[in-house]
Ligand binder design. Structure first.
Ligand code: ADP
Ligand code: MG
Length: 233
Protein backbone atom coordinates (compact mmCIF):
# COMPACT_ATOMS: atom_id res chain seq x y z
CA UNK A 1 0.00 0.00 0.00
CA UNK A 2 1.31 3.41 -0.91
CA UNK A 3 1.55 6.05 1.78
CA UNK A 4 0.30 8.61 -0.73
CA UNK A 5 -1.97 7.81 -3.62
CA UNK A 6 -3.49 10.34 -5.99
CA UNK A 7 -5.81 8.83 -8.54
CA UNK A 8 -7.16 10.77 -11.54
CA UNK A 9 -7.07 14.02 -9.62
CA UNK A 10 -8.46 17.03 -11.46
CA UNK A 11 -8.47 20.50 -9.93
CA UNK A 12 -10.25 23.41 -11.59
CA UNK A 13 -9.98 26.95 -10.28
CA UNK A 14 -12.52 29.59 -11.28
CA UNK A 15 -10.95 32.00 -13.77
CA UNK A 16 -13.08 34.87 -15.01
CA UNK A 17 -16.06 33.39 -16.82
CA UNK A 18 -14.41 29.99 -17.13
CA UNK A 19 -12.01 27.76 -15.19
CA UNK A 20 -8.31 27.05 -15.24
CA UNK A 21 -7.39 23.40 -14.89
CA UNK A 22 -4.46 23.33 -12.46
CA UNK A 23 -4.41 19.51 -12.32
CA UNK A 24 -5.63 17.40 -15.21
CA UNK A 25 -6.31 13.80 -14.22
CA UNK A 26 -3.09 13.39 -12.24
CA UNK A 27 -2.18 10.04 -10.75
CA UNK A 28 0.79 9.58 -8.44
CA UNK A 29 1.69 6.91 -5.96
CA UNK A 30 4.52 7.23 -3.43
CA UNK A 31 5.56 4.48 -1.03
CA UNK A 32 6.98 4.70 2.46
CA UNK A 33 10.69 5.51 2.19
CA UNK A 34 10.35 6.74 -1.38
CA UNK A 35 11.60 10.22 -2.35
CA UNK A 36 10.14 11.71 -5.52
CA UNK A 37 11.15 14.94 -7.26
CA UNK A 38 8.47 17.00 -8.96
CA UNK A 39 9.71 19.36 -11.67
CA UNK A 40 8.05 21.51 -14.30
CA UNK A 41 7.66 25.10 -15.44
CA UNK A 42 6.13 27.84 -13.34
CA UNK A 43 2.33 27.64 -13.36
CA UNK A 44 2.32 23.96 -14.37
CA UNK A 45 0.49 22.86 -11.21
CA UNK A 46 3.27 21.65 -8.89
CA UNK A 47 2.11 23.60 -5.83
CA UNK A 48 -1.49 22.66 -6.60
CA UNK A 49 -0.48 19.01 -6.58
CA UNK A 50 1.15 19.43 -3.15
CA UNK A 51 -1.89 21.31 -1.81
CA UNK A 52 -4.18 18.50 -2.92
CA UNK A 53 -1.81 15.83 -1.55
CA UNK A 54 -1.72 17.75 1.74
CA UNK A 55 -5.55 17.60 1.76
CA UNK A 56 -5.56 21.40 2.06
CA UNK A 57 -7.46 21.70 -1.23
CA UNK A 58 -10.28 19.37 -2.29
CA UNK A 59 -9.94 18.29 -5.92
CA UNK A 60 -12.79 18.79 -8.38
CA UNK A 61 -12.66 15.06 -9.01
CA UNK A 62 -10.42 12.10 -8.24
CA UNK A 63 -9.18 10.33 -5.15
CA UNK A 64 -6.63 11.38 -2.52
CA UNK A 65 -5.65 8.44 -0.32
CA UNK A 66 -3.30 9.01 2.62
CA UNK A 67 -1.97 5.92 4.38
CA UNK A 68 -4.97 3.93 3.16
CA UNK A 69 -7.64 6.51 4.02
CA UNK A 70 -9.73 8.23 1.34
CA UNK A 71 -9.24 11.80 2.58
CA UNK A 72 -12.41 13.27 1.17
CA UNK A 73 -14.65 10.57 2.56
CA UNK A 74 -13.96 12.08 5.99
CA UNK A 75 -15.74 14.77 7.95
CA UNK A 76 -13.94 18.12 8.21
CA UNK A 77 -12.86 17.26 11.74
CA UNK A 78 -11.59 13.80 10.79
CA UNK A 79 -9.74 15.31 7.83
CA UNK A 80 -7.99 17.83 10.10
CA UNK A 81 -6.89 14.95 12.33
CA UNK A 82 -5.67 12.91 9.34
CA UNK A 83 -3.66 15.86 8.07
CA UNK A 84 -2.18 16.64 11.48
CA UNK A 85 -1.21 13.03 12.15
CA UNK A 86 -0.09 11.86 8.71
CA UNK A 87 1.15 14.82 6.67
CA UNK A 88 4.24 16.99 7.12
CA UNK A 89 4.46 20.13 5.02
CA UNK A 90 7.59 22.16 4.27
CA UNK A 91 7.31 25.37 2.30
CA UNK A 92 10.06 27.44 0.76
CA UNK A 93 9.97 30.03 3.53
CA UNK A 94 10.35 28.39 6.92
CA UNK A 95 7.66 30.54 8.59
CA UNK A 96 9.19 30.22 12.02
CA UNK A 97 7.81 32.26 14.89
CA UNK A 98 10.26 35.05 15.67
CA UNK A 99 9.96 34.88 19.45
CA UNK A 100 10.41 31.13 19.85
CA UNK A 101 13.60 29.10 20.15
CA UNK A 102 14.30 26.28 17.70
CA UNK A 103 13.18 23.72 20.28
CA UNK A 104 9.99 25.67 21.06
CA UNK A 105 9.06 25.84 17.34
CA UNK A 106 8.92 22.04 17.42
CA UNK A 107 7.35 21.62 20.83
CA UNK A 108 4.27 23.80 20.43
CA UNK A 109 2.83 21.84 17.52
CA UNK A 110 3.23 18.55 19.35
CA UNK A 111 1.76 20.02 22.51
CA UNK A 112 -1.27 21.16 20.47
CA UNK A 113 -1.54 17.55 19.26
CA UNK A 114 -2.11 16.63 22.90
CA UNK A 115 1.33 15.32 23.80
CA UNK A 116 2.81 16.17 27.18
CA UNK A 117 5.40 18.94 27.17
CA UNK A 118 7.98 16.52 28.49
CA UNK A 119 7.39 14.03 25.65
CA UNK A 120 7.34 16.82 23.08
CA UNK A 121 10.59 18.27 24.44
CA UNK A 122 12.26 14.86 24.24
CA UNK A 123 11.15 14.33 20.66
CA UNK A 124 12.21 17.89 19.73
CA UNK A 125 15.72 17.32 21.11
CA UNK A 126 15.95 14.06 19.18
CA UNK A 127 14.87 15.66 15.90
CA UNK A 128 17.10 18.72 16.28
CA UNK A 129 19.95 16.25 16.65
CA UNK A 130 18.86 14.39 13.49
CA UNK A 131 18.89 17.62 11.45
CA UNK A 132 22.29 18.64 12.85
CA UNK A 133 21.08 21.40 15.16
CA UNK A 134 21.62 19.86 18.59
CA UNK A 135 23.66 22.93 19.55
CA UNK A 136 21.02 25.40 18.36
CA UNK A 137 18.01 24.30 20.42
CA UNK A 138 17.96 27.58 22.36
CA UNK A 139 18.47 29.89 19.38
CA UNK A 140 15.76 32.08 17.91
CA UNK A 141 15.25 32.40 14.12
CA UNK A 142 17.32 35.61 13.79
CA UNK A 143 20.29 33.80 15.34
CA UNK A 144 20.14 31.04 12.73
CA UNK A 145 21.32 30.99 9.10
CA UNK A 146 18.85 30.42 6.24
CA UNK A 147 19.96 26.81 5.96
CA UNK A 148 19.59 26.29 9.71
CA UNK A 149 16.09 27.78 9.64
CA UNK A 150 15.13 25.36 6.88
CA UNK A 151 16.50 22.51 9.04
CA UNK A 152 14.28 23.63 11.93
CA UNK A 153 11.39 23.66 9.48
CA UNK A 154 12.17 20.08 8.42
CA UNK A 155 12.47 18.91 12.03
CA UNK A 156 9.16 20.60 12.85
CA UNK A 157 7.42 18.83 9.95
CA UNK A 158 8.64 15.50 11.34
CA UNK A 159 7.42 16.07 14.91
CA UNK A 160 4.06 14.40 14.32
CA UNK A 161 5.73 11.31 12.75
CA UNK A 162 4.02 11.89 9.39
CA UNK A 163 3.66 9.21 6.72
CA UNK A 164 3.82 11.77 3.92
CA UNK A 165 6.24 14.70 3.61
CA UNK A 166 5.44 17.42 1.07
CA UNK A 167 8.17 19.90 0.26
CA UNK A 168 7.77 22.93 -2.00
CA UNK A 169 11.04 24.38 -3.36
CA UNK A 170 12.98 23.97 -0.11
CA UNK A 171 16.19 25.33 -1.57
CA UNK A 172 14.90 28.34 -3.51
CA UNK A 173 16.34 30.80 -0.98
CA UNK A 174 19.65 29.00 -0.45
CA UNK A 175 23.04 28.90 -2.17
CA UNK A 176 24.25 25.77 -3.93
CA UNK A 177 26.11 24.16 -1.06
CA UNK A 178 23.32 24.68 1.43
CA UNK A 179 20.77 23.52 -1.12
CA UNK A 180 22.58 20.25 -1.59
CA UNK A 181 22.84 19.67 2.15
CA UNK A 182 19.09 20.29 2.54
CA UNK A 183 18.23 17.76 -0.18
CA UNK A 184 20.66 15.27 1.38
CA UNK A 185 18.93 15.81 4.72
CA UNK A 186 15.53 15.16 3.11
CA UNK A 187 16.98 11.95 1.63
CA UNK A 188 18.25 10.94 5.07
CA UNK A 189 14.98 11.57 6.91
CA UNK A 190 12.97 9.85 4.15
CA UNK A 191 15.09 6.73 4.71
CA UNK A 192 15.32 6.99 8.48
CA UNK A 193 11.64 7.68 9.17
CA UNK A 194 10.25 5.85 6.11
CA UNK A 195 8.12 8.77 5.00
CA UNK A 196 6.81 9.14 1.45
CA UNK A 197 8.41 12.40 0.30
CA UNK A 198 7.47 14.59 -2.65
CA UNK A 199 9.77 17.55 -3.32
CA UNK A 200 9.02 20.28 -5.83
CA UNK A 201 12.31 21.58 -7.16
CA UNK A 202 13.22 24.03 -9.90
CA UNK A 203 16.70 22.69 -10.43
CA UNK A 204 17.20 19.15 -11.63
CA UNK A 205 20.71 18.94 -10.23
CA UNK A 206 19.66 17.21 -7.01
CA UNK A 207 17.18 14.85 -8.68
CA UNK A 208 19.74 11.99 -8.60
CA UNK A 209 19.52 12.08 -4.79
CA UNK A 210 15.85 11.08 -5.10
CA UNK A 211 14.26 7.86 -6.29
CA UNK A 212 12.44 9.24 -9.26
CA UNK A 213 11.24 12.31 -11.05
CA UNK A 214 7.78 13.31 -12.19
CA UNK A 215 7.29 16.23 -14.56
CA UNK A 216 4.28 18.55 -14.58
CA UNK A 217 3.25 20.46 -17.68
CA UNK A 218 -0.01 22.37 -17.97
CA UNK A 219 -1.52 20.37 -15.13
CA UNK A 220 -0.59 17.03 -16.66
CA UNK A 221 1.92 14.74 -15.00
CA UNK A 222 3.90 13.87 -18.11
CA UNK A 223 6.34 11.30 -16.80
CA UNK A 224 5.71 8.29 -14.63
CA UNK A 225 7.90 7.87 -11.58
CA UNK A 226 10.45 5.08 -11.96
CA UNK A 227 10.00 2.39 -9.35
CA UNK A 228 13.71 1.71 -9.01
CA UNK A 229 16.17 4.30 -7.74
CA UNK A 230 17.92 6.43 -10.32
CA UNK A 231 21.64 5.88 -10.62
CA UNK A 232 23.45 9.08 -9.59
CA UNK A 233 25.10 10.77 -12.55
P1 ADP B 1 3.39 25.88 -9.97
O1 ADP B 1 3.52 25.59 -8.53
O2 ADP B 1 3.86 24.78 -10.87
O3 ADP B 1 4.03 27.19 -10.35
P2 ADP B 1 0.55 26.29 -9.38
O4 ADP B 1 0.05 24.99 -8.87
O5 ADP B 1 0.86 27.36 -8.39
O6 ADP B 1 1.83 26.02 -10.34
O7 ADP B 1 -0.50 26.88 -10.43
C1 ADP B 1 -1.10 26.08 -11.46
C2 ADP B 1 -2.17 26.89 -12.16
O8 ADP B 1 -3.27 27.11 -11.27
C3 ADP B 1 -1.71 28.27 -12.62
O9 ADP B 1 -2.38 28.57 -13.81
C4 ADP B 1 -2.18 29.17 -11.49
O10 ADP B 1 -2.42 30.46 -11.98
C5 ADP B 1 -3.48 28.48 -11.06
N1 ADP B 1 -3.78 28.69 -9.63
C6 ADP B 1 -3.02 28.25 -8.59
N2 ADP B 1 -3.58 28.56 -7.43
C7 ADP B 1 -4.74 29.21 -7.71
C8 ADP B 1 -5.81 29.77 -6.93
N3 ADP B 1 -5.78 29.74 -5.59
N4 ADP B 1 -6.83 30.37 -7.60
C9 ADP B 1 -6.86 30.41 -8.95
N5 ADP B 1 -5.91 29.88 -9.73
C10 ADP B 1 -4.87 29.28 -9.13
MG1 MG C 1 4.66 26.56 -7.05
Amino acid sequence: MSALNLSNVTLDYPDGDGTVTALDSVSLSVDAGEFVSLVGPSGSGKSSLLAVAATLVTPTSGLVVIDGTDAHSLSAKELTTLRRDKVGIIFQQPNLLASLTAAEQLIIGDHLRGKSLRAAAGRAAELLDVVGLADCAGKRPHQLSGGQRQRVNIARALMGSPKVLLVDEPTAALDHERSESIVRLLRQVTDEFQVATVMVTHDTEFVPLTDGVATMRDGVLTAAVPTSPLVPA
